[in-house]
Design a protein around this ligand. Structure first.
Ligand code: HBI
Ligand code: FE
Length: 291
């Protein structure tokens, strides 16, 4: 874990890994990084992020200037959907993560990236977590989905199905797209908090885009170090919520009986293909890496 934040280091996390935000200990430079990232993203997310994301940003007033103070945004969020944001020092163990989500607590990192790291960082910072994830928690259906996900994660943990649950999180909560009458829109936090992947996910002809299917997602690998080569597209947040409200038992039995998994660029004739990508971006990145 590469984070050096004196306020984090000075604290001993509680049993659930929570620490205090100590908002008044953020420096002007750290607040300025938030403002720089916010201004850049809000501009490129116009007509790209789903309307409910923009609504959530406004409801929590995340653009009022500087890093949001949990003491200010949590009462608003709690009123809206019963969720609150808790501060954690870094990625927490899966069982702790799922327990927080199952209790409507979203764990956010306290640190913010440095001015020279605006484009990529290996661990979620407070901009990724609060700007990326929290606005969607103001939407009741999505708020219910995230809690159902946490509960599903706790069960998956006991059944040895964490990998499949992490894939569901990855292809929806982090990198999900949704089909709207006006076109495809972004709701995944990993995309909305990324300047490069925001236009790429909607406009590049490189990645595949296929309709969301729970079992297909659970059988599909993902990569964590570059733009996605495949996006899953939902038709509504209700579709996502109902997918997690079914009994996962039969699905887990099918996964146990047939361990077929799909790679990043695979397409099957069972897929509803919305865009069959060229994979040009992946080839270009592989060529760069080979140099
Ligand atoms: N911990 N703080 C934090 N944030 C995450 O997004 C997170 C985590 N622990 C586990 C985890 N994500 C992944 O395993 C999820 O995909 C399940
Ligand atoms: Fe995230």
């Amino acid at each position: 874990m590469a984070i050096s934040d004196p306020v984090i280091d000075a604290q001993t996390p509680a049993a659930d890994f929570t620490i205090r935000q100590m908002w008044d200990r953020y420096t002007d430079e750290e607040h300025k990084v938030w403002d720089t990232l916010y201004a850049r993203q809000i501009d490129i997310l116009k007509d790209r992020a789903v309307e409910e994301f923009h609504t959530g940003l406004g409801l929590l007033d995340l653009g009022s200037g500087g890093i949001p103070d949990l003491d200010v945004i949590n009462p608003k969020l709690k009123d809206l959907t019963g969720w609150e944001v808790v501060m954690v020092p870094h990625l927490v163990p899966d069982d702790v993560f799922f327990d927080h989500l199952a209790n409507r607590r979203f764990p956010s990192g306290r640190f913010i990236r440095k001015p020279d790291q605006l484009d990529y960082l290996e661990e979620p910072d407070i901009f990724h977590d609060i700007f990326g994830h929290v606005p969607m928690l103001t939407l009741p259906t999505f708020a219910d989905y995230m809690q159902a996900y946490g509960q599903g994660g706790q069960r998956a943990d006991s059944l040895g199905r964490l990998k499949e649950l992490a894939r569901l999180y990855w292809y929806t909560v982090e990198f999900g797209l949704i089909r709207k009458p006006e076109g495809l829109r972004i709701y995944g936090a990993g995309i909305v908090s990324s300047a490069g992947e925001t236009p790429f996910s909607l406009e590049s002809d490189s990645p595949n885009r296929i309709a969301f299917d729970l079992e297909r997602v659970m059988r599909t690998d993902y990569r964590i170090d570059d733009f996605q080569q495949l996006y899953f597209v939902i038709d509504s947040f209700e579709q996502l919520l109902s997918a997690t409200q079914q009994d996962f038992g039969p699905l887990y039995e099918r996964l146990a009986a047939d361990a077929t998994t799909f790679g990043l660029t695979d397409l099957t004739d069972a897929d509803t293909v919305i865009a069959h990508g060229t994979q040009e971006y992946a080839r270009m990145r592989a060529a760069d890496a080979a140099e």
